[in-house]
Design a protein around this ligand. Sequence first.
Ligand code: MG
Length: 160
Amino acid sequence: MISQKLQDAINGQITKEIWSANLYLSMAFYFDKEGFNGFANWMKKQSQEEMDHAYTMANYIIKRGGTARVGQIDAVPESWNSPLEVFEKVYEHECTVSKSIDDLVDIASAERDKATQDFLWSFVREQVEEEATASGIVDRIRKMGDSAIFNLDQQYGSRQ
Ligand code: MG
């Protein structure tokens, strides 16, 4: 059985994951409008991944005898000035998510809940990838400049 405190904390993270999914969907809509269909595709996949994180966390809470909840989801931003700015925001956002997951590990540790610590490590590892991916895209856009952005857009169109 999972403690109420830990359950509440993971439920808070579920709300954040859904907010992240909405953020990336909003970015996808922005890219579609601007004609960057590849980046839009990338963002839609990213959005789905965030929803998957929410489902995984909800299933975990339920398996441990708790109750999964969907909290209030705040509105997400809907406009940016350039693809570079969007991916800079993605990187910043992923860093805040990493911090949030780290905080959950600290709570699980304080609650002496080993199973939840084990469950959370996969998210800690996932965040290493998320930060690296986002900062890699930011670097590439900065180095390549506007002339190559359409190549990059085409490349990201094939993300599954
Ligand atoms: Mg996530």
